[in-house]
Design a protein around this ligand. Structure first.
Ligand SMILES: [Zn+2]
Length: 530
């Protein structure tokens, strides 16, 4: 009985991409926020502006002075009495101003910056109104405020070394992505990877690179790519979801430590990042959206993970603002009532879309971006609303026990701070372990593999042996398809085609170094034995 429900649930979850509504975030989301106060510290040049202000005041009739004063007081009161959500969002915009001087040090590391990825005119337009809201605090205070927010959120504190918050923000040590360096990657491989799995990852990256479109992005219909021209079978139907496809193609490169600044695929990754950044729609109040009708908030979540990871790994200053803007849009798009996310911004959530947004927040946190604690708390509340059996199982939009949704729910719980001794977590992991990897449902496999990897121990070893060999043995080896995968039994495969299957399979095979295990103490020391 539970299993039947579970299957329906997983199908529903995977179906999500297919049934994305054709609404744009603009039409779907009524704006309720008041216009921010006009108060630009940048226009206040000391001395001169003060004198001109005094002159202006002198020339005004007294009734006008009184009216202006009252308006300012009323606006102040209105802002003060706004619901916490709105003030948080305003603060979020304030903190995320592009003027982060403390990141200037990082420029030295930029040997090959994204100089072509100019922050577009739209992005600049976003910057201007944000500056008007910037309070008069020094950059140092600004930075401190951001660090405290990370600490308060307890978001991922379990995985990060305790000294993280004391480390200089430019050091980027202990971010949870450190397994991707070439030396540590070899060490991490010993924890479950094999020669076969690494060879498979190498072949997959080659296939992905060969199916990049001339504009730098990817298409779920890989046959549209001139180099392929239909030589590979199983194209996806989601031809409009270009941002989602591009993010899915880039993530395996980043997972293998390949960025636009180092590795064998610099130009490939650069082209993809360029495609994502230039397609981002900036709004001063909402952030930077990668939402697209065909890919909905899935595309935005995937794109956000990509930008945050690329930024965290390279410290490329050109990616800082797009990555923070992407996180800001996730905060904006959260359902203000239930705390979830779904196809369109600010609508009641489902576990499938929520999973990608929480992964993105996690990536943003690892990149030292500002992730408001309130967003994280609200996301936990959404998980509460779909959990069953005390939190060991999760449904799609209501309490149930679907395999894919349970795997997503448990991974989110791990990221949101559940400890390893949590009975519900233990129960859920045992349930997944008994079920084992699915022969075709890559969506379930992707999340469940990560749960097992963080859990470690016997359950992980048992899971990994089956999962790894199943993927290594099912990879295409002949013709243009060599290095790719196609699976049946996953609704995402219809929309995402061979590109989706290949991306998911590759990320599963990168699990040994893609993220550091959450529950391991001092993973940095263990990573370099002797
Ligand atoms: Zn092909």
């Amino acid at each position: 009985m539970a299993q039947e429900q579970a299957n329906n649930d997983a199908a529903e979850a995977a179906d999500a991409a297919e049934t994305a509504p054709q609404t744009s975030p603009e039409t779907a989301s009524p704006e309720t926020k008041p216009a921010p106060e006009e108060k630009s510290p940048r226009s206040q040049q000391p001395g001169r502006s003060r004198t001109s202000m005094r002159n202006a005041l002198r020339q005004m009739p007294s009734w006008l002075v009184s009216m202006v004063l009252h308006m300012v007081i009323l606006l102040g009161l209105a802002l003060w009495s706004l619901p916490p959500g709105i003030t948080d969002e305003l603060r979020q915009l304030i903190v995320s101003s592009g003027e982060n001087d403390e990141f200037d040090d990082l420029e030295e590391i930029d040997d090959d910056p994204l100089e072509d990825i100019e922050v577009t005119a739209d992005v600049v337009a976003m910057d201007a109104p944000i500056e008007q809201e910037t309070p008069e605090i020094s950059p140092a205070e600004d930075m401190e405020a951001a660090a405290v927010q990370v600490e308060l959120s307890e978001f991922g504190l379990e995985h990060a070394p305790k000294n993280d918050l004391l480390a200089s923000i430019g050091a980027f040590s202990g971010t949870g992505l450190q397994g991707r360096g070439s030396g540590s990657r070899a060490a991490m491989l010993r924890q479950g990877g094999s020669k076969g799995s690494e060879k498979a990852v190498g072949a997959a990256l080659k296939w992905l690179a060969a199916h990049q479109m001339p504009d730098g992005g990817w298409n779920f219909n890989h046959a549209a790519c001139p180099q392929c021209n239909g030589a590979c079978r199983n194209p996806g139907s989601g031809v409009q979801a270009r941002r989602g496809a591009t993010a899915m193609a880039l993530l395996p490169f980043l997972g293998a430590g390949q960025t636009h600044k180092s590795g064998n695929y610099k130009q490939t990754v650069k082209g993809g990042l360029y495609f994502l950044v230039q397609s981002m729609k900036m709004d001063p109040r909402k952030g930077g959206s990668m939402f697209e009708p065909a890919g909905s908030m899935y595309s935005h979540g995937l794109g956000s993970i990509t930008l945050c990871e690329a930024y965290a790994m390279t410290h490329d200053k050109g990616l800082l603002m797009p990555a923070q803007a992407a996180i800001n849009f996730i905060c904006y798009a959260q359902d203000p009532v239930g705390g979830g996310w779904r196809y369109a911004p600010r609508t009641p959530g489902d576990t499938s879309v929520v999973g990608w947004q929480i992964m993105a927040l996690k990536s943003g946190h690892m990149a030292y971006l500002n992730v408001p604690p309130r967003t994280v708390v609200m996301a936990s509340r959404f998980l509460d609303s779909v959990q069953a059996n005390g939190g060991s199982h999760y449904g799609y939009v209501s309490p149930a026990a679907g395999p894919a949704t349970t795997a997503i729910g448990l991974l989110c719980r791990m990221y949101l701070g559940w400890k390893k001794d949590n009975p519900a977590l233990q129960k859920g992991v045992t349930w997944l372990s008994k079920a084992g990897p699915s022969p075709g449902n890559m969506y379930y496999n992707y999340y469940a593999t990560q749960v097992m990897r963080h859990w470690e121990g016997e359950e992980w070893e048992k899971w990994n042996a089956v999962m790894r060999d199943q993927l290594v043995n099912s990879q295409a080896t002949a013709g243009h398809e060599a290095g790719s995968w196609t699976m049946h039994g996953d609704h995402g495969a219809t929309v995402g085609g061979r590109l989706y299957c290949t991306s998911m399979a590759t990320m599963i095979l990168e699990v040994y170094y893609r993220h550091m295990p959450i529950y391991r103490k001092q993973s940095t020391e263990e990573e370099f034995p002797e």
